[in-house]
Design a protein around this ligand. Structure first.
Ligand SMILES: [Zn+2]
Length: 612
């Protein structure tokens, strides 16, 4: 009996037996001595081998598909086989979600996560990092870009031999898609993220930009839209600890992403990126969760980068295990605060929609390289050439963020049902909405806006209403909108979004038109700026003469404009439009924001199950 049974087992699970006999758990990158990074199939094969060897501690779960149809996976490491996010939350075990290869040419984090997983669950060297924390990571978020491999994908980067591509299968930059959620990868991420609701989020990248001594740079935003107590904990405990631990491991960390004020003149100092929610780490502020942007330095060799990324993640797990209760309490407090956003106290507490720099700086000991500058005949401007001689100098680091645009939170928003894309994006973000049961007319707060600032050329498949990326990812020029009160009619089935939920900040960031990544900024409301009817010149000519005969004041206004405004005077079209625009034929909805801001829910026809 025994022999046939064993034979059956061997036949059924040949791979398992073969794998368990091998004692070599080097990651593919380690096996190549960091010359190469594994492709999608080889990465997943390694991870499946780890999961098969330690099924009690590791599970791989699909969470969606890329545009090209590749499976997107998360890897979950939990010391005692609890792989259910609800049970982990109930047990007060903080969940750390690490995202890799969103820019798939920058895969240092993926190879460091493979090694960290191995050290946690196979050789047990780092098993203690799972004492309280659960480790969840996305090995290859931009999996389609990851498979577009070439030695020529990252001109600034020192290895590995081949690497993936920055854009996804449709060439969208997924790290500009967190708010508008155009890509299937983003939609899959949102569903997975809200199922897990991690306590700390990490996004692994490789820099572009200047040359300097640091191999590890990271930014943890600790102001702006983040819960204030969380910001204080990050600033006082987390950031310095990570820096010291990474330095103690033999790497050199900068606790801020190195961004030069002037790329051609490092001596002018550094600025600090505040993240708007098109970026993963900016979006996490709206989710009331702390996050870390990791940027390994592009010119360091691949081994230095992967092991440096490893040390930073290892240090983060030490902090999260040590401060597990604090982190969980801070996140709960941040959620409660978000649930109060629409309570609408009689104060003018605004919600920051955009940040600018106050001009405040702090001295920062920068460990750069000495450089020379000379006028280049190629570019016609200064050419910076870095040496590898250390240049340790105190430079001004811009730190003072100030609110550039803000809005008082309403109690709720109401969105007419025909704006399907606007509602669909909120649904993808899992914002709670209720539909009205009948048509409703009432005076509500809204905005009168002017268009005309659409960006050229396209940016992320849009012509958004902000300039460029904004300066280095800072918010661009906001749209021009004025708060007004108007009587508006909302059809039955309009979507009501109350700001009494943990995703209140997401709702505001999408529905306040002046916000950096609003539906308005990303073109969802462009049609409100299009004039649908026009008068034929010979028809308007008649209208103009009749209006002037009836209204001498209007006639004077017109004549003065002709006299004082040569451009106007020279445009037959503008002269006729003057009368059309002042007539009852003018569309009263042109430039009128269709979304209402409700200061209270009294009278709004909502299902009886919704208490208001
Ligand atoms: Zn990147």
């Amino acid at each position: 009996m025994r022999a046939p049974l064993l034979a059956v087992l061997v036949l059924l699970t040949p791979g398992l037996f073969a794998q368990n006999t091998s004692s070599d758990w080097s990651t593919p990158a380690e096996q190549s001595n960091y010359r190469t990074t594994p492709d999608y199939a080889a990465t997943m094969a390694y991870l499946r081998r780890v999961a098969a060897a330690q099924p009690q501690q590791v599970r791989i779960e699909p969470f969606g598909k890329t545009g090209e149809g590749r499976e997107l996976d998360i890897v979950i490491a939990s010391k005692d086989g609890v792989f259910d996010p609800d049970k982990l939350h109930a047990a007060k075990r903080p969940i750390v979600l690490v995202q890799n290869a969103i820019h798939a040419g920058e895969m240092d984090g993926k190879d460091s996560c493979l090694a960290l997983l191995r050290d946690m669950v196979i050789d047990g060297k780092e098993a203690a990092l799972l004492d309280r924390a659960a480790f969840v990571f996305i090995p290859m978020y931009n999996a389609d870009g990851h498979e577009r491999r070439s030695p020529y994908n990252r001109i600034n980067q020192n290895g590995p031999e081949e690497m993936g591509w920055r854009g996804n299968g449709s060439n969208l930059n997924l790290n500009r898609d967190y708010m508008k959620a155009d890509a299937p990868e983003t939609r899959a991420f949102m569903a997975m993220f809200h199922r897990w609701l991690p306590d700390f989020f990490v996004d692994d990248h490789v820099t572009d930009g200047a040359d300097f001594q640091y191999d590890v740079t990271f930014t943890i935003e600790h102001f702006a839209n983040l819960h204030a107590d969380t910001g204080r904990w990050l600033e006082a405990s987390v950031i310095p600890d990570l820096e010291h631990q990474v330095d103690a491991s033999g790497h050199l960390a900068s606790p801020t992403y190195i961004s030069l004020v002037d790329d051609n003149d490092p001596s002018k100092g550094l600025d600090f990126d505040a993240f708007v929610p098109r970026f993963s780490t900016g979006y996490m502020n709206l989710e009331n969760r702390p996050s870390m942007l990791v940027e390994m330095h592009m010119l360091k060799d691949y081994k230095t980068r992967v092991t440096g990324n490893y040390e930073l993640l290892r240090a983060l797990f030490e902090v999260v295990n040590r401060d597990a209760d604090k982190l969980i309490a801070l996140n709960a407090a941040a959620d409660r605060e978000a649930e109060q956003l629409g309570a609408h106290p009689l104060s003018n507490v605004g919600y920051p929609l955009a940040l600018a720099w106050s001009g405040e700086t702090t001295p920062f000991l920068f460990r750069g390289y000495q450089y020379t500058r000379e006028l280049s005949a190629v570019s016609g401007t200064m050419w910076v050439q870095y040496s590898h001689q250390p240049w340790n100098v105190t430079l001004p680091l811009q730190t003072g963020a100030k609110v550039a645009a803000s809005a008082v939170p309403p109690a709720a928003y109401i969105i007419p049902p025909q704006w399907t894309q606007v509602i669909d994006v909120l649904a993808a973000h899992q914002v709670v909405m209720h539909r009205t049961t009948a048509e409703w007319t009432a005076p509500v707060e809204t905005y009168r806006c002017t268009g005309g600032n659409w960006q050229q050329p396209p940016f992320e498949g849009h012509h958004p209403m902000f300039a460029g990326e904004g300066s280095k990812g800072h918010p661009g020029e906001p749209q021009h909108c004025t708060l007004v009160t108007e009587t508006m009619t909302f059809p039955a089935n309009s979507a009501v979004v109350e700001l009494n939920q943990r995703l209140s900040h997401v709702a505001m960031a999408w529905l306040e038109p002046m916000a950096s990544d609003s539906a308005m900024a990303w073109n969802a409301f462009d049609p409100i700026f299009e004039q649908r009817e026009e008068g034929e010149p010979y028809v308007v000519e008649k209208l103009a003469r009749a209006m002037m005969a009836k209204d001498p004041k209007l006639k004077t206004e017109f004549e003065q404009r002709v006299q004082n405004d040569p451009k106007f005077a020279a445009s037959p079209r503008a002269r006729l439009e003057f009368f059309y625009d002042h007539s009852q034929w003018m569309d009263p909805k042109l430039g009128l924001y269709p979304v209402g801001r409700l200061t209270k829910l009294n009278g709004v026809p909502l299902p009886s199950s919704v208490s208001n």
